[in-house]
Design a protein around this ligand. Structure first.
Ligand code: ADP
Ligand code: MG
Length: 592
C-alpha cells in the first residue's frame, strides 16, 4: 500500500522533482526524465535507459558515471512517450551516438523505436538492446519475447562500462547483447502492489500463497504454490535457473556467476539474506564461482512483496567490464574519480509559434476539436469498463491511459484552435499531447493514427472525404509498422483494419464522409466484438492469453466506441453546416 501522495496524477512528476532535488550531484532534470549532471567526454556513446516509474532504483537511480547517461521516466508503470525518450536522448547525446537499453515491454519498444527513428532522421546514430532475462515470461525458443526484470542491471552495467572504456556504438551494442544472452532471472511474489490513490491492489495473491513467475508491473504470476521456507525458496530459484544455463557456458562447474537477489519493494533485506545464505551454498555446491554477489533492491514493483534471482554468467570480457567503477544515486561500485559538473543552465524555452490556418481550415479545425472532445467524453463514459477489460489479461490501465491521453489531446486542441490554428496543426498538436501523456502501448498508437490523419487535413482549405480516408489508411499502416500486430492477434488492429477498408471503399464509391464513416464504424464495432474469440499474440496480454478468451480486446473496443461516437459528431456537424449554409444564403439575400 502507498500512503503518501498529493494528487495521484502528479505523483510521478513530483517524485522526479524530489529525486533530482536530492541527487543534484548526479542528475539534472530534462523534459522526459533525467541526464547526468556531470560532463562526459565528447564522442562517448550515450547509454539511455528508461521505462515506467515505480521501479526505483530503475531507472533514474542508475544514471551516473560508469552506468547510464540518461533515463526516460514515464508515468507509473507506463512507458515514457516517444517525445520523452527523444528529449532525454537528445540531452544525453555526446556526439558518439545513443545506445538504448530497457526491459522488453510492448509499450516501451514502441516508444523507444519511434524515438530512435526520429533521432536517425536527425542524423543521430542509435542502437538498441532490449533486456529479456525473465525465463518464465516465454519459452526458451521464444527468448526474444521475454520481458526484462532485475536482469536490466547487468546489461545496463556492461553497456555503461563499455561506453566509459571508449567502445564505439557497434561495440557497446555487441557487448550489451552478449550480456543479455548471459543473464537469466526468475521471480516470485507474495502480495500485489497498490498504486498511489488506488483503492485496491493491481492484483492479489491469496494469503499464504506465492505467485511464481511474476512481472514487475503487477502482471499476475504464471503459477501458484504455498509459501515455502526461505531455504525452499532458494532451492526453487536456483533449480529453475540452473535448468536454463545460457548457450556458450560450457560447464556449470567452474563457471563464474554474479548472483543478484532482488527485492521487489516490501520484502525485508533480512529475509533476503536468509534466502541468499542458502543460494550461496547451492551455487557453491554446484561448483560455481560466485563473483560480486548483489542482495538488495535493483528493480522494484512499487510495494510488491516478492523477490527474484538473477544469474549473470561471466566470461573474461564481461568479468573485466564488471570491474569498472560506477557512481550513481542508488548504485555504487569501486571508486570513480571526481567528475566535472556540466553547465546546467536550462535551454531557453522556444516560443511556441502557431501558424494560423486559412478560414476554411479553421472551420475544419472546429470539427476536429469537436471530434477530440467527443473522444474524451466517450472514454470518460467507458473508463471503468475499459480498465476492467484490460485487467483480465493485461495490466488494467487501458481506461486511465486513454483518459489521460484524450484529455491532454483535448486541452492541446482547445489551446491551438483559440490561437487560430488550421486543421492539421490542431490534430497534430492533439496527437503529440496524447502520445506524450497517455503512456502505454495504446497511447503511442493513437498518436500515430491521429498524426497520419492530420498530415492529410492540411492547414488550408477543406479536405475532400478521400483525403480523410487516405489519412486513416496511412494511420492504419503506421500502427502495423510500429506495433507489428496483424489482424487476428487480438489488438486494436482487428478493429482498425476493417474500419479503414470500409471507409475507403465507401468513399471511393462516392458516399459522403459522414455516411462512409458511419458504415466503417459499424464494421469496427462488429470486429471489436469478434475479438472475444481470439487468443492475444501481442502486447502485455500475450502472457496471460488464455484468460482473455471470451472477452474482447480493450484497445479494439475503445477504438470502436470512439469511431462510433465521432460518426455521430460528424452527422451533427454536417447538419449544422447545412443549416449554417442555408442561413448564410438567407443573410446574403437579406443584405443584398
Ligand atoms: P499497455 O498494454 O501498454 O498497458 P494499454 O492498456 O493502454 O497499453 O492498451 C492495451 C491495448 O493496446 C491492447 O488491448 C491492444 O489493443 C493494444 N495493443 C497492444 N499491443 C499492440 C500492438 N503491438 N499493436 C497494436 N495494438 C496493440
Ligand atoms: Mg494496459
Amino acid at each position: 500500500m502507498t500512503r503518501l501522495w498529493n494528487e495521484p496524477a502528479d505523483f510521478a512528476d513530483e517524485m522526479i522533482d524530489g529525486f533530482v532535488a536530492a541527487n543534484g550531484r548526479y542528475v539534472r532534470r530534462v523534459p522526459g526524465g533525467v541526464v547526468r549532471s556531470t560532463t562526459s567526454p565528447a564522442g562517448q556513446v550515450a547509454v539511455v535507459i528508461g521505462g515506467g516509474s515505480g521501479h526505483y532504483p530503475a531507472f533514474g537511480g542508475l544514471v551516473g558515471p560508469g552506468l547510464a547517461h540518461g533515463a526516460a521516466m514515464g508515468n507509473l508503470f507506463a512507458s515514457p512517450s516517444t517525445q520523452q525518450v527523444h528529449a532525454v536522448a537528445k540531452a544525453a547525446d555526446n556526439g558518439g551516438g545513443v545506445f538504448f537499453t530497457y526491459g522488453n515491454y510492448a509499450g516501451d519498444v514502441l516508444n523507444f523505436d519511434a524515438a530512435e527513428e526520429r533521432l536517425r532522421a536527425e542524423g543521430v546514430a542509435c542502437e538498441t538492446v532490449t533486456v529479456t532475462d525473465d525465463i518464465f515470461s516465454a519459452t526458451a525458443d521464444e527468448k526474444h519475447k521475454r520481458r526484462g526484470i532485475a536482469g536490466d542491471l547487468t546489461v545496463f552495467r556492461i553497456a555503461g562500462a563499455a561506453a566509459a572504456a571508449g567502445a564505439d556504438l557497434a561495440e557497446v551494442t555487441r557487448l550489451a547483447q552478449h550480456a543479455n544472452e548471459r543473464t537469466r532471472s526468475f521471480g516470485v511474489a507474495f502480495t500485489g502492489c497498490t498504486l498511489p490513490g488506488a483503492d485496491h491492489p493491481l492484483f492479489t495473491v491469496p494469503e499464504g500463497r506465492m505467485a511464481i513467475g511474476l512481472g514487475i508491473h503487477g502482471e499476475p504470476g504464471i503459477d501458484e504454490t504455498g509459501i515455502p521456507t526461505a531455504d525452499g525458496l532458494a532451492e526453487l530459484l536456483v533449480e529453475k535457473l540452473l535448468a536454463e544455463v545460457p548457450e556458450g557456458v560450457d560447464a556449470v562447474r567452474g563457471a563464474r556467476v554474479v548472483p543478484l537477489l532482488n527485492g521487489l519493494g516490501s520484502l525485508k533485506y533480512e529475509e533476503m539474506f536468509v534466502v541468499y545464505r542458502r543460494i550461496a551454498q547451492l551455487l557453491t555446491d554446484a561448483g560455481i564461482e560466485i563473483v560480486d554477489p548483489h542482495v538488495g533492491e535493483y528493480c522494484t514493483s512499487f510495494d510488491m512483496a516478492g523477490t527474484s534471482l538473477t544469474l549473470f554468467w561471466l566470461d573474461d570480457a564481461l568479468a573485466s567490464l564488471w570491474e569498472s567503477p560506477v557512481d550513481t544515486p542508488a548504485y555504487r561500485r569501486g571508486s570513480v574519480a571526481p567528475q566535472e559538473r556540466s553547465d546546467t543552465a536550462a535551454a531557453a524555452d522556444v516560443a511556441d509559434v502557431i501558424e494560423p490556418g486559412d478560414e476554411a481550415s479553421r472551420a475544419v479545425a472546429a470539427t476536429v476539436l469537436a471530434a477530440v472532445r467527443t473522444i474524451a467524453e466517450t472514454v470518460d463514459a467507458h473508463v471503468d469498463e475499459l480498465g476492467r477489460l484490460d485487467a483480465i489479461a493485461g495490466d488494467g490501465d487501458h481506461g486511465i491511459g486513454m483518459q489521460r491521453g484524450s484529455h491532454a489531446a483535448l486541452a492541446a486542441a482547445e489551446t491551438v484552435v483559440a490561437a487560430g490554428a488550421g486543421a492539421r496543426t490542431t490534430l497534430t498538436r492533439a496527437a503529440d499531447a496524447w502520445a506524450d501523456k497517455a503512456g502505454g502501448t495504446s497511447g503511442a498508437l493513437w498518436g500515430v493514427i491521429l498524426h497520419a490523419i492530420a498530415a492529410k487535413l492540411g492547414d488550408e482549405g477543406r479536405p475532400e472525404a478521400s483525403a480523410v480516408a487516405a489519412g486513416v489508411a496511412a494511420g492504419s499502416r503506421g500502427v502495423t509498422d510500429y506495433g507489428k500486430a496483424e489482424v487476428g492477434d487480438k489488438t486494436l488492429v482487428d478493429a482498425l483494419v476493417p474500419f479503414t477498408s470500409t471507409l475507403t471503399q465507401a468513399v471511393d464509391a462516392g458516399a459522403s464522409l459522414t455516411d462512409a464513416w458511419r458504415s466503417a464504424a459499424d464494421a469496427a464495432t462488429r470486429a471489436a466484438a469478434a475479438t472475444a474469440d481470439l487468443l492475444p499474440r501481442m502486447g502485455r496480454a500475450r502472457t496471460h492469453g488464455q484468460n482473455s478468451v471470451g472477452t474482447p480486446d480493450p484497445g479494439a473496443v475503445s477504438l470502436a466506441l470512439i469511431v462510433t461516437a465521432i460518426g455521430e459528431t460528424l452527422a451533427t456537424g454536417a447538419a449544422d453546416t447545412a443549416a449554417a449554409e442555408t442561413s448564410t444564403k438567407e443573410n446574403a439575400h437579406g443584405t443584398a
